[in-house]
Design a protein around this ligand. Structure first.
Ligand SMILES: O=P(O)(O)OC[C@H]1O[C@H](OP(=O)(O)OP(=O)(O)O)[C@H](O)[C@@H]1O
Ligand SMILES: O=c1cc[nH]c(=O)[nH]1
Ligand SMILES: [Mg+2]
Length: 208
């Protein structure tokens, strides 16, 4: 599993703004989308292209097109929806497959409550979207669902992750690559990332 941790100054700056304890819902939401857009640029930089000849104003010209079927983005409900607009800004014709998962607050185990994949999953690259990779349980459950649907090319985009969660995902799914704005220090006793962002879903949706 390749782990790409962002080094771009724009990503670092924006993530720093997101850590401010009294950030508004509006600001958090806007920044989540902006960082997701920047991560998309990195996460797609090695996509294969193929040559096609088109009619240009000056005559026939060979251009490059992204090879294969359209990408599917896979927001993990709820918080992953906060990254979707930013990603779709760069990949506007992507198909959207939705996975609903929440963590049981006591056991920290993922609970699945929704699944709607687009068609031809076996021919698409999937970009999973979730702001937080904590214990890794939710991501492993989502990858299990994607693989069950036939998907073989899977990448994940996260705002913040921790080493222990990454290790757990790597052990279960070594073929999946992840792109993360920051690998933070550790989890606290309640399974929250330190220093982290707090509860990303609550901040994006304005709940609590
Ligand atoms: O790596 P894990 O330990 O599984 O934790 C990460 C998950 O927890 C959060 O979702 P949450 O359960 O809070 O659901 P929500 O998006 O509806 O708030 C987060 O958005 C991830 O999906
Ligand atoms: O720190 C964390 C961990 C899981 N989910 C969150 O929203 N935040
Ligand atoms: Mg939450």
């Amino acid at each position: 599993m390749a782990v790409y941790e962002a080094t771009h100054p724009l990503i670092k700056h924006k993530l720093g703004l997101m850590r401010q304890h009294d950030i508004s819902t509006k600001e958090f939401r806007e920044l989540a989308s902006e960082v997701a857009r920047l991560l998309t640029y990195e996460a797609t930089k090695d996509l294969e292209t193929e040559a096609e000849t088109i009619e240009c104003w000056s005559g026939p010209v060979e251009v490059q097109r992204i090879k294969g079927k359209k990408i599917t983005v896979v927001p993990i409900l709820r918080a992953g929806l906060g990254m979707m607009d930013g990603v779709l800004d760069l990949i506007p014709s992507a198909r959207v497959s939705v996975v609903g998962l929440y963590r049981n607050e006591e056991t920290l185990e993922p609970v699945t409550y929704y699944e709607k994949m687009t068609g031809s999953m076996e021919d698409r690259t999937a970009l999973i979207l979730d702001p937080m990779l904590a214990t890794g349980g939710s991501l492993i459950a989502c990858i299990d669902m994607l693989k069950k649907s036939g998907c073989t090319s899977i990448r994940g985009l996260f705002l913040v992750a921790v080493p222990e969660g990454i290790e757990k995902v790597e052990a279960a799914h070594p073929d999946v690559d992840i792109y993360v704005a920051s690998v933070d220090e550790r989890l606290n006793e309640n399974g929250y990332i330190l220093p982290g962002l707090g509860d990303a879903g609550d901040k994006i949706f304005g709940t609590k």
